[in-house]
Design a protein around this ligand. Structure first.
Ligand code: HDD
Length: 682
């Protein structure tokens, strides 16, 4: 148990105690509890003879090992999770009777799993991909799952197309190449033949697809739900998680290098920060639309390929989630957690969003194969913290021992129990929406404008985001073999912006688009990352030090970094103590080979040289060049001027020279807070 958590343990944490076990300082036993005197040699006939069938210990150990893998999730296979707590800022009783939102200050334990979507379980953390952001609230009224992504829209409008989408973006089936990327023919073939994907693909090409940290990305329900209050009044609602540290992303070149240097970058970042007490925080926002306003907008509010512009439908911030505890065991918790958008509580109901309706079937179904049967709700991480009673029985790995002989409803032998609860007693009552119509396989006309909002997204972006999108299309579609598909992408996305696709066509050897974009001039500044929060806390600095580095200047800088919550690594040609001028010493915990510039939010060059000065300079230069190219902070102490001068970096935004300024430390902290300096020219 984490010491910091003692005294403020959540009901979920306490519940998990009964399942936790610590094997340290214990004798080794079989699963039957038999102590074993030997664990390294199988039982054989003679020292050089065959293994005997009766070796129950060998058989048990090997059988368990042979069966210790379960199918990975068909999507979102690679994930990382943490425990935490949600606190409501205010009562939302006017809108919903959900108990966990009913009073200011009410706290609810949560478990959050972040994920990539396409890659297999062992793939990198930083592909160009949507990120999953699934939260399980262990409320007093049962588990509520908010199963979100980090972008507010989806690729398709109807759940029935999900298998097609996923088949197209997963590795191609004949050779299982490529891994964790949409940069191949089948995905783009799907895109051009299913033009409802336009909006989501624009977001996927944007920097949002490369989050710097799980702690620095948003989360969106995407689907439209309902809030229902105690009077039975219903309103449409979408949910949004807002990261307190702001929204920050990698460049593509940076992401690829991070993937090579530390494919676990995002999970390590989350783990380390929770261990250090830098608890990630996210505010919960809701966008609410009155039923009478259902048709007020120029898009269909049930269409998951459309976001709800925040300028038209403001976000109301209603609470905050803090992630404050890492898991004890990855498999038991992170791998076995089972989310489902259909896990709702009274006061939260579904809309007719056809994507959501499809999801409501898929999630339980997938857990049945993944977790091996219908009793996955009994796995400790999935158990609600409130009691549960019904007549469901048996199935693989049943753990509950239901006493008594009655397992049916209605009955008189158990006095008619367990009996349904009335609404007043907290029973879930479905919202009585009036529905009528013919059974059809068709979509409403109001879902058919695929390009206006994609253009609105483009209209709203800053130059650095637009340039990122041009580069992303050029990379992704540049990997497509079929010339027809390349041309199809150019012609399709010209409807979003002709200039965008003229630039891309040139790079990928396609014909420039003939047609121009749709006429839609609206903007939604909220979708741009440019106005995000910028804070120095939890940024990481790499400090380049060689023998004889500029110790004097560094002392003050280190104090300032520490005060601002910035951590630092010393990097040199060898690990260990490096001596600077003025008797200053630095403990180099990394060399140029054990770390890389892309793993830092910025660097400080403190000068000095190595035993092989030429090599030291070359390695330092590479560090500086990458940091410069990725728009990150470069601090140069007076003693670091020489190393800086022989790199490709130039003075300008985010390059802080000590020479000639007194506020070097402060300026550095401000620059780290900015994170990226996209106005840098090179
Ligand atoms: Fe899904 C997993 C989010 C559409 C079917 N989905 C999954 C996870 C997240 C999302 C975050 C990982 C949960 C975890 O960490 O265990 N999915 C979304 C969002 C969607 C969406 C925000 C659009 C609004 N999903 C979607 C559709 C379908 C599915 C349309 C099928 C009709 N999703 C699944 C699944 C998964 C899943 C196959 C795989 C593993 C799992 O459920 O537990 O059922």
């Amino acid at each position: 148990m984490d010491k910091r958590q003692q005294g403020k343990r959540t009901s979920k944490d306490l519940q998990l105690d009964q399942f936790r076990t610590d094997d340290r300082n214990k004798k080794l036993t079989t699963n039957q509890g038999l102590k074993m005197a030997e664990d390294e040699h199988s039982l054989t006939a003679g020292e050089r003879g065959p293994t005997l069938m009766e070796d129950f210990h060998f058989r048990e150990k090997m059988t368990h090992f042979d069966h210790e893998r379960i199918p990975e999730r068909v999507v979102h296979a690679r994930g990382f999770a943490a425990h935490g707590e949600f606190e409501a800022y205010q009562s939302m009783e006017k809108y919903t009777k959900a108990g966990f939102l009913s009073e200011k200050g009410k706290k609810t334990p949560v478990f959050v799993r972040f994920s990539t979507v396409v890659g297999q379980k062992g793939s990198t953390d930083i592909p160009r991909d949507v990120r999953g952001f699934a939260t399980k609230f262990y409320t007093d009224e049962g588990n509520y799952d908010l199963v979100s992504n980090n972008m507010p829209i989806f690729f398709i409008q109807d759940g029935i197309k999900f298998p097609d989408l996923v088949h197209s973006i997963k590795p191609e089936p004949h050779n299982e190449i490529p891994q964790a990327t949409g940069a191949h023919d089948t995905f783009w073939d799907f895109v051009i033949n299913n033009q409802e994907t336009a909006n989501q693909v624009m977001w996927l090409m944007s920097p949002r697809a490369l989050p710097r940290s799980f702690r620095m990305m948003e989360g969106f329900s995407i689907n439209t739900f309902r809030f229902v209050n105690a009077e039975g009044k219903s309103r449409f609602v979408r949910f949004k998680w807002i990261p307190v540290l702001g929204l920050h992303s990698f460049e593509w070149d940076e992401a690829q290098k991070v993937s090579g240097n530390d494919p676990d970058f995002n999970r390590r970042d989350l783990w380390m920060n929770i261990e250090m007490g830098n608890y990630p925080e996210f505010e919960l926002g809701v966008q609410i639309i009155e039923e009478k306003d259902e048709f007020k907008f120029d898009f269909d509010i049930l269409d998951a390929t459309k976001f709800w512009p925040e300028e038209e439908i403001p976000v109301k911030v209603i609470g905050k989630m803090t992630l404050n505890r890492n898991v004890d065991n990855y498999f038991s918790e992170t791998e076995q957690v089972a989310f489902h958008p259909g896990h709702v509580v009274p006061g939260i109901d579904f809309s007719n969003d056809p994507l959501l309706q499809g999801r409501l079937f898929s999630y339980t179904d997938t857990q049945l194969i993944r977790l091996g049967g219908p009793n996955f709700h009994e796995i400790p991480i999935n158990r609600p913290v409130c009691p549960f009673h019904n007549n469901q029985r048996d199935g693989y790995n049943r753990q509950t021992i239901n006493v008594g002989k009655v397992a049916y409803n209605k009955n008189s032998l158990a006095d008619g129990t367990p009996a349904p609860a009335s609404e007043e007693e907290g029973g879930y009552v479905h919202y009585q929406e009036k529905v009528e119509g013919r059974k059809v396989r068709a979509r409403s006309e109001s879902f058919k404008d695929h390009f206006s909002q994609a253009r609105m997204f483009w209209n709203s972006l800053a130059d650095f985001e637009k340039n990122h999108i041009i580069e992303a299309f050029s990379f992704e579609v540049g990997k497509v073999n079929s010339q027809e598909i390349r041309q199809g992408v150019v012609d399709m996305f010209a409807k979003v912006d002709q200039g965008l696709m003229t630039a891309v066509a040139k790079k990928i050897n396609a014909n420039p688009p003939k047609e121009s974009h749709v006429k839609y001039n609206k903007k939604s500044p909220a979708v741009s990352m440019s106005n995000t929060v910028r804070k120095p806390q939890t940024r990481r600095a790499g400090i380049i030090v060689g023998e004889g580095f500029d110790g004097n200047s560094l002392g003050d800088v280190l104090d300032k970094l520490k005060e601002a919550g910035i951590t630092a690594d010393f990097i040199s040609e060898r690990q260990g103590t490096i001596k600077g001028q003025d008797g200053y010493k630095a403990e180099a915990n990394h060399t140029f080979t054990t770390t890389h510039a892309v793993l830092y939010d910025g660097i400080i060059i403190a000068g000095g040289t190595g035993e092989n000065t030429a090599k030291f300079k070359r390695d330092a230069s590479e560090f500086i060049n990458d940091t410069f190219k990725h728009y990150k902070t470069i601090g140069v102490t007076a003693g670091g001027n020489d190393l800086f001068a022989q790199s490709m970096a130039k003075e300008g935004p985010g390059v802080i020279m000590e020479s000639g300024r007194r506020d070097f430390g402060h300026a550095l902290v401000d620059s780290f807070a900015q994170y990226k300096h996209h106005d840098r020219k090179f």
